[in-house]
Design a protein around this ligand. Structure first.
Ligand code: SER
Ligand code: ZN
Length: 501
């Protein structure tokens, strides 16, 4: 990398009379810099001293960041001049900062990022910043900008490439009872009604009972036998949690945002109330006056808030592995064009188990979870399904696109069911109805979670009730008499529901 920074110090008074001292200070600082970072070539040079201004140029090759030298110079120069001449430093202006670095692959198209111009020539990129504040330098934005450029170019290469997918296991073929789209049939039967807003559903007694049965099976057959304990979390997730997990940069376009009122003072709301009474319409202009900008969103996945609950805690060895699950928080994702039936919705119900423990504990747990899940899908649902390694969800949800390697210890396994109504086994898209991940120490570090002795890892698994139900119904139909005996032992008959005239 090559850094080239031009900056300018403004002092509290004229420094032209102490030019010699100033030059000595800078040449000492330069020597010091070269000594400390002798492997990197760095150079500080004065190019002008004028009245109360000192113009500097710092150039370095390698990993040394000249802006760090600049901040150090500000500190020590400030002290020295203060002591000797009672001169202080008013401000530093960074006029021009050029950063050149090489990429592994050349950009396929122009890149742009906030705060800087980006130019590229072959694999060589230059970021040009102008009029940068000291605060900006201190906040480590520069390194993140370099990272963002690199990521953007990497993503250009992944775009269009299929998602990573590597089969692990497949059940035998099962003859489906039917090949209809269960959602459409259930709407016709009156079990289901499209919800009052996009991608939401109203579940009438029959399908509500099926969803609850899925929940019961997951808890009784998988979570309880493995020792998971229930917790209840909030489904309103403040942005600082998503900043830590990466969701905020990954899927800002998929959240449902939560706005709080700025006040509950009735007087402030009076005009809105009166307008509503008189017009029987909603005055959004008036409403906006009393709403705050969102600082939170509705649960996207349940695990972030679970990690937050352990933030900064030291966990006793006796409590390891931590095995908890939430089944209360409803999740919301703005699916837009992707919506379909009750399998791809904006609002869904799921159980999310989260596990925190040593690497060995979690690898062992994964085997047991796989065994229990297999038992459910083979013996209770009698499903045709398969498992595959996929791009870990935390990469997808952090806006990262590709991953080329199978990671045996960490990573995400998707469970997919054949959906007869979508077409042939080979050509149609199977439905992801469950995932299981081990994530290493990613969130442990992000939330600073510790154990007495052990190094901690974590993971989670997303049990989508709508997904379980639709995978089952797509293969087994809606007639309880035709359901497999394992499932019938949980649900013999449907609630009688409501008849409409
Ligand atoms: N957090 C994972 C997901 O969002 C598992 O629940 O899919
Ligand atoms: Zn999760």
């Amino acid at each position: 990398m090559r850094f080239d920074l031009e900056a300018h110090f403004t002092f509290s008074s004229d420094i032209s009379s102490i030019k010699k001292d100033m030059e000595k200070f800078i040449s000492d600082a330069n020597e010091d810099l070269i000594k400390k970072h002798y492997k990197e070539i760095a150079n500080i040079e004065i190019f002008k001293i004028e009245k109360n201004s000192l113009f500097l140029n710092i150039v370095s090759y390698g990993n040394f960041r000249p802006h760090n030298a600049l901040l150090q110079i500000k500190n020590s120069l400030g002290k020295e001049l203060g002591k000797k001449y009672h001169i202080g430093i008013r401000e530093i202006d960074i006029h021009d900062y050029k950063i050149e670095f090489g990429l592994e692959q050349k950009p396929l198209k122009d890149i742009s990022i906030p705060f800087a111009k980006v130019k590229s020539k072959g694999k060589q990129v230059t970021i040009i910043l102008q009029n940068v504040s000291e605060e900006f330098l201190r906040r480590n934005y520069i390194d993140r900008m370099i990272k963002v450029v690199k990521e953007k170019v990497e993503n250009q290469y992944y775009e269009g490439k299929g998602e990573f997918w590597e089969s692990i296991w497949e059940s035998e073929e099962k003859k489906p009872i039917w090949a209809k789209d269960p959602t459409e049939e259930m709407v016709d039967l009156g079990w289901l009604k499209q919800g009052p807003t996009k991608g939401k559903w109203f579940y009438r007694p029959q399908i509500a009972a099926i969803l609850r049965t899925m929940e019961e099976i997951a808890i009784n057959e998988v979570l309880k036998p493995l020792g998971f304990q229930e917790i209840i979390e909030s489904y309103v997730v403040p942005f600082d949690i998503w900043l830590k997990t990466g969701h905020l940069e990954g899927m800002p376009g998929e959240f449902y945002y939560v706005a709080e009122p700025t006040t509950r003072d009735v007087e402030k709301w009076q005009r809105f109330i009166d307008l509503t009474k008189i017009t029987k319409e909603i005055s959004f202009d008036e409403l906006n006056k009393n709403l705050s900008t969102p600082h939170a969103g509705i649960c996207y996945a349940q695990c972030p808030v679970i990690y937050w609950s352990f933030k900064g805690k030291t966990i006793s060895e006796k409590s390891l592995p931590i095995l908890v699950y939430d089944k209360t928080a409803v999740s919301a994702r703005y699916e837009s064009g992707g919506r379909h039936g009750i399998e791809r919705v904006d609002e869904f119900h799921r159980i999310e188990p989260v596990y925190i423990g040593t690497r060995e504990q979690l690898l062992n747990l994964r085997e047991k979870l796989l065994e229990r899940y297999k038992h459910v899908f083979n013996n209770i649902f009698d499903l045709e399904w398969r498992m595959a390694w996929v791009t870990p969800w935390y990469m997808q949800q952090a806006g990262k696109i590709g991953d080329d390697s199978i990671q045996q210890d960490t990573g995400t396994i998707d469970f997919e069911a054949y959906m007869p109504y979508r077409g042939s086994r080979k050509e149609s898209e199977w439905l992801e109805f469950l995932n299981l991940s081990i994530l290493g120490d990613k969130y442990i570090k992000a939330f600073n979670i510790k154990a007495q002795k052990s190094e901690l890892w974590s993971g989670c698994s997303g049990i989508g009730l709508e997904r379980w139900a639709i995978a089952f119904l797509a293969q087994k139909g809606l007639d309880p008499k035709k359901w497999p005996p394992g499932f019938k032992s949980y649900m013999k008959e449907l609630p009688k529901g409501i008849e409409f005239l």
